[in-house]
Design a protein around this ligand. Structure first.
Ligand code: GFB
Length: 319
């Protein structure tokens, strides 16, 4: 429905895990890529974003820029997660309107859904119940982003759409143990314990929460698919359709890394939402399915960690 041939596409958040995966994926499309330099364009500053947009005038925008982090970072820095994300998305969506962007894809997160939503979570579950407290700030910002895209579509007729990725992982992830998500944290812990010959690694919480994981390259493929083939008011889930317990994930990571020590709990850390498996039906019915199986994906993420293809900062990439 949207032909990328000859189009100028701005990937906002191109240094982050998802944004860089989208840049890689768009490399095989006949479009022109544009990225902004964080030294001159602070996405939280409206004047910076407006000047960049007026200067570059992209035809399409992938809004993958966001302040992201794992459960502890979300819980510790609520003001940053709410303010930064509200500013980034408001500035980019409004500036897109001002320069007449033809197509915009906003990236949210599966944490937008109610903590106790019926599983697998349908897109229609949005705003049907209370949020998970550890990440309600990030979730509120992401819900506002979906609503902004819908509002500009409704008021001005723009083709602005939203995708809700599940928990993502892969090359370019953040491996800092205080701010990362669970996957990179476990890869790093298992690797360092293997090298040190340590008797155990520590897993946060009870290990019983279930999470759904998707490799960032699968996510990028789905996002480009949606950019080209979807035009609608409602957001679309982007997931693998399968979940595992955190204990199962820890065991799988240890197997891939080759660590055979014990797994011990740190019960002082939060579990977060008990389960957030999204329904993958909508995207599958449109004709898209993931290709990277979890074990192979973890292997790829581990290789990226070993070769230094990662960041230790909470940085610009949605999820
Ligand atoms: O990935 P994660 O930080 O975030 O944690 P959420 C997922 C689960 O893994 C939680 C457990 O139950 C954690 O307690 N876990 C076990 C660990 N060991 C570790 C560890 O070493 N590090 C981390 N980080 N977790 C985030 C939201 O929620 O998901 C964000 O806070 C966003 O807003 C993101 O939506 C996708 O899956 O709980």
């Amino acid at each position: 429905m949207y032909d990328l041939a000859g189009k100028k596409v701005w990937v906002a958040g191109h240094r982050g895990m998802v944004g860089s995966a989208v840049v890689r994926r768009l490399g095989s499309e006949p479009c022109e890529l544009v990225v902004s330099d964080r030294k001159t364009v602070d996405l939280k500053r409206q004047s910076d974003v407006e000047a960049f947009m007026a200067d570059t005038r992209p035809d399409a925008v992938v809004l993958a820029a966001a302040k992201v982090g794992g459960i502890l970072a979300n819980d510790t820095y609520p003001a940053d997660f709410l303010y930064d994300n509200l500013m980034i998305e408001a500035n980019i969506i409004d500036a897109s309107h001002r320069v007449g962007v033809e197509k915009l894809l906003f990236l949210g997160s599966s944490c937008i859904y109610p903590k106790l939503a019926a599983q697998p979570i349908e897109e229609s579950s949005l705003l049907t119940g209370p949020l998970e407290p550890t990440n309600e700030w990030y979730a509120i910002a992401k819900i506002a982003g979906i609503k902004l895209a819908q509002a500009y579509r409704k008021q001005y007729g723009y083709d602005f759409i939203s995708a809700m990725p599940t928990n993502l992982y892969g090359p370019g992830d953040n491996f800092d143990l205080n701010s990362s998500h669970v996957m990179p944290a476990l890869i790093r812990k298992a690797h360092e314990a293997k090298i040190a010959g340590a008797p155990s690694i520590t897993m946060w919480g009870t290990g019983t929460p279930r999470r759904e994981f998707l490799h960032c390259d699968d996510c990028a493929d789905a996002l480009v698919f949606l950019l080209k083939n979807y035009s609608g008011y409602e957001h679309v889930n982007v997931g693998s359709g399968e979940d595992v317990t955190i204990l199962e994930l820890t065991q799988l990571v240890c197997e891939v890394v080759g660590y055979t020590g014990e797994i011990v709990h740190d019960f002082s850390k939060p579990d977060g939402t008990p389960r957030k498996l999204m329904s993958a039906d909508r995207l599958r019915e449109m004709g898209w399915a993931p290709k990277i199986e979890l074990r192979a994906g973890i292997r790829d993420a581990y290789d990226a960690f070993l070769t230094g293809h990662y960041s230790e900062r909470v940085q610009g990439s949605a999820a």
